[in-house]
Write a protein that binds this ligand. Structure first.
Ligand code: EPZ
Length: 421
């Protein structure tokens, strides 16, 4: 198992190119199941989650080739079992996003229930209720959900909670349903809008993506497309925090500024400068950071996937910050590790009270989930001495060679392969 070692205290200077978004690539890979044609995806990030999804598609009968440019040929799907097995779903919950496309195109599928997750219970009840509203017959047995429907039909459905995955699953199903579907209280995330854009390029008729309601006129057939995946706002946000806490000056090439307003607002509140330039977004860190209060919300509110990273920024600020997590019930797993590095953080339910500036000193810490591991890398960049991060496989799920790209702007960071657990 790999580990990452950081010697902190470097001012970051230079440029980092922002790569394709994991949370856009994964559902778009699933959308390829909606057509017998070939789907070509460009700017695909080289991440373990993308690999897992390609493995799942191959298991369903797709021919998947390439990596930065991924070519998915779904002509062979349907010959074999239409199943998302437990072994894959347990490693990546986004695997359940094959339900809508398989049900819509083949009228049946069997998908393992995802089970628990480090950051919360994360049920899929809204996915199932939405598909049921379109006429799916659903049976739960032996840890799997079996879905059947001769042809899905358009219907009206209101989500009880705003769910990114649920919105994506039901909108893909509705794209091939008979008649028109109206979805209320849908997710407005850029990755949902990107999926709607892709489906409309495939021939779907989706209106309202980016607002809280969508109307989807079902069509009979969708065709293959060639599409470039949009840049990753969470990856960009992570590097923005790195520049801000290290008193740095970093240009983030291709950063999707329009998807980062909430993050930019909080960084500027803390005293960092965020400058939009023709090639991307420049972030300059101040001599001293100011405290900030954050409440995570669904888009366009402050993204939960930036909570752990911004917690590190708050620990570097002069004064008290309050951070409230409203999306996931257990997303403070990084706190004990940050405290081990020297932070002053008190958690009470879904509220964290942070006192700064922390005097971080390097030690060995354990990654627990994707964004928690990013926060440990950030703390290591400002810690005095050596920080060693274990279980970095969490990091590789969502960041492509993060250590190389941070080294590019002056960080003293290295990966060691085959380290003890
Ligand atoms: C997506 O997860 C992202 N993952 C997550 O990013 C992100 O944190 C999350 O959206 C919120 O923005 C991908 O896009 C692959 P949800 P998803 O359904 O779709 C509850 C990362 O770090 N809920 O919007 O699984 C749920 O428990 C990952 O890249 C139900 O109650 O999230 C949660 O509290 C982590 N019933 C809330 O809604 C349901 O049927 C939001 O979850 C579905 C969800």
């Amino acid at each position: 198992m790999d580990k990452i070692v950081i010697h902190g205290g470097q001012r970051l200077r230079g440029e980092i190119r922002i790569l394709g978004a994991k949370n856009a690539a994964l559902p778009i890979q699933c959308a390829a199941l909606l057509t017998a044609g070939t789907t070509t995806l460009r700017h695909v990030p080289r991440l373990s989650d993308v690999k897992t999804m390609s493995e799942l598609l191959a298991g369903l009968g797709c021919v998947v080739t390439g990596d930065r440019t991924l070519v998915i040929d779904a002509a062979g799907v349907g010959a074999g079992p239409l199943e998302a097995p437990y072994e894959l779903v347990k490693t990546m919950r986004a695997s359940v996003t094959v339900m809508g496309p398989l049900l819509a195109r083949y009228g049946r599928c069997r998908v393992s229930l995802p089970g628990g997750c480090a950051i919360g219970a994360r049920p899929i009840d809204q996915h199932l209720r939405g598909l049921e509203a379109l006429g799916a017959k659903i049976k739960l047995a032996h840890g799997y959900v079996e879905l059947k429907a001769k042809r899905l039909r358009g219907a009206s459905f209101t989500f009880d909670v705003i769910t990114v995955g649920g919105t994506q699953n039901v909108m893909m199903a509705a794209a091939l349903a008979k008649g028109t579907t109206r979805l209320e209280n849908v997710a407005r995330e850029p990755e949902v809008q990107e999926l709607a854009l892709v489906l409309n390029k495939m021939g779907a008729k989706i209106h309202g993506a980016g607002t809280s309601a969508m109307e989807i006129e079902g069509v009979d057939v969708l065709h293959g497309i060639d599409h470039a995946i949009l840049p990753d706002r969470i990856e960009a946000g992570t590097f923005m925090v790195a520049a801000a806490i290290c008193g740095g000056d970093v240009l983030l090439e291709h950063a999707p500024v329009d998807h980062l307003h909430a993050v930019i607002a909080k960084l500027e509140e803390a005293g960092a400068r965020c400058i939009v330039e023709p090639r991307g977004l420049r972030v300059q860190g101040p001599e001293a950071l100011r405290p900030i209060d954050i409440v995570t919300r669904a888009h366009p509110g402050f993204p939960t996937d930036m909570q752990a990273q911004m917690m590190v920024l708050a620990t570097c600020a002069h004064g008290q910050s309050i951070l409230t997590e409203t999306i996931f019930e257990n997303r403070f797993m990084h706190v004990p590790e940050l405290v081990r590095l020297g932070a002053d953080i008190h958690v009470n339910g879904n509220v964290a009270i942070i006192k700064g500036p922390a005097k971080y000193s390097g030690t060995t810490v354990m990654a627990t989930d994707l964004r928690a591991s990013a926060s440990l890398v950030l703390a290591g960049l400002v810690a005095e001495g050596k920080t060693e991060i274990r279980r970095v496989y969490h990091l590789d799920r969502g960041y492509e060679t993060i250590e190389k790209r941070l080294r590019q702007v002056g960080a003293k960071i290295r990966r060691f392969h085959g380290a003890p657990n």
